[in-house]
Design a protein around this ligand. Structure first.
Ligand SMILES: CC(C)(COP(=O)(O)OP(=O)(O)OC[C@H]1O[C@@H](n2cnc3c(N)ncnc32)[C@H](O)[C@@H]1OP(=O)(O)O)[C@@H](O)C(=O)NCCC(=O)NCCS
Length: 372
């Protein structure tokens, strides 16, 4: 068995920003239009009026202040409420592959490596742009990587489950080096017309280069181990799929987009995540207090505060558990990787950290790393 390291990470940040103020203004315009359209039903009591969204609620309930998106004009058009993407011909790089290639190139440059050093590409994301050919194969070929690639989806845990796959491939000798990318165009499957969740998501792409430790550059993080857990729940769900067409479904129907029972998710997932991290650390003889930094999934600020309080027995500082969701919102699988990408330069040799994500499935994935 080989020792394994995270050599580098990469980040692609989309070109456009939507602030909470802009988002709420667009939603409230949409609500006014809908309420005017259905005024007689609302008056007759056969239809409920849409209620306004509020910036204060969003910041208090989630900690999110803004989000990046690939395209904002369509999202903020109260008569549309979804991004505008132009279909690309098959001989052009698809949008998800394009942002994944950018993040991957960022990661390769940071490690001083090229496509020739990589044997495998994993595209791990909460949603794929198409069924086939695999996004990973398109990304692999665009980068000039030999070997092979495949797609995987475990919703918000896709990246940590992807790191588990990468770790095992490198550890067993199946690959010298794996590029694991997380293109998340969440704006295309978010229900922007639903006040309960219209503020939750943002777009982004992250990349992680996982290599045999003897090939990794100085200053890498050794991967001590990975741990994945899943148990079925309907509390975060998106029913869109290839059967939708045969079911004569409208792509805008509520269950064809992201939906969740937010309160239940909060209550059920937080204790599971804390227990999972504690158990994982225990397998190396570590306690939560031994951890220099937790790079947690970025869905909701209170969730992360709850989990770290349970682990540490005190309120965690931003130094213990950095927050990026104020700037990026929930970026599905990419959140914990953005936190790691942005907040790891000050970690000292020998210090230990945990990357952990949690979400639909339910699924929880953790990666324990040690700075070399
Ligand atoms: C989604 C989430 C932020 C909502 O926060 P919450 O405190 O649970 O809020 P609730 O949905 O219970 O709503 C509370 C009240 O605010 C209202 N509200 C909801 N959205 C609102 C909005 N955009 N603006 C103003 N008020 C809003 C609700 O109608 C409700 O009103 P009521 O008390 O009169 O019924 C929170 O549940 C959460 O973070 N859950 C899980 C984490 C997650 O996002 N997971 C994603 C996948 S990992």
């Amino acid at each position: 068995m080989h020792r394994v390291a995270i050599s580098s990470t990469g980040l692609f940040t989309p070109p456009e920003v939507i602030t909470n103020e802009e988002l709420v203004e667009a939603f409230n315009q949409y609500a006014a239009l809908e309420n005017a359209k259905y005024a007689s039903e609302i008056e007759a009591g056969t239809r409920a009026a849409l209620v306004n969204s509020s910036v204060e609620f969003i910041e208090k309930a989630s900690g999110i202040k803004r989000r990046y998106v690939m395209e904002k004009s369509g999202v903020l058009d109260p008569r549309r409420m979804r991004p505008v993407f132009t279909p690309r011909p098959d001989n052009e790089l698809s949008l998800m592959a394009e942002i994944a290639v950018k993040a991957a190139q960022d990661a390769l440059a940071a490690a001083g490596k090229t496509a020739a050093d990589v044997d495998m590409v994993i595209c791990a994301s909460a949603n794929m742009q198409r069924a086939y050919p695999a996004m990973a194969v398109e990304i692999q070929t665009a980068l000039g990587v030999q070997g092979f690639g495949f797609d995987m989806n475990v919703a918000c845990s896709s990246a940590t489950f992807g790191l588990e796959m990468a770790y095992n491939a490198v550890r067993s000798g199946g690959a010298r080096s794996v590029l694991m990318v997380n293109p998340e165009i969440t704006s295309a499957h978010l229900a922007w017309k639903d006040r309960d969740c219209h503020f939750i998501f943002g777009d982004v792409c992250t990349a992680v280069l996982v290599e045999r430790l003897d090939l990794a550059p100085a200053g890498s993080f050794e991967v001590l181990g990975t741990k994945a857990l899943s148990t079925f729940s309907n509390n975060i769900r998106n029913n869109f799929g290839f059967m939708s067409r045969a079911e004569d479904r409208d792509p805008d129907e509520r269950d064809q987009l992201f939906r969740q029972e937010g309160r239940k998710v909060f209550k059920e997932v937080c204790p599971m995540a804390a227990e999972h991290i504690e158990q994982h650390l225990g397998t190396f003889g570590y306690k939560p207090d031994d951890v220099r930094r937790f790079w947690l999934h970025q869905a909701n600020l209170s969730m992360n505060q709850f989990i770290t309080r349970k682990l540490l027995g005190r309120d965690a500082s931003l130094d213990d558990a950095p927050v990026i969701l104020d700037e990026f919102a929930n970026t599905a699988s990419a959140g914990s990787i953005i936190a790691f990408h942005r907040h790891q330069a000050d970690i000292q040799p020998g210090e230990v950290g945990v990357i952990c994500s949690f979400g639909a499935g339910y699924s929880i994935g953790s990666v324990v790393v040690k700075k070399l």
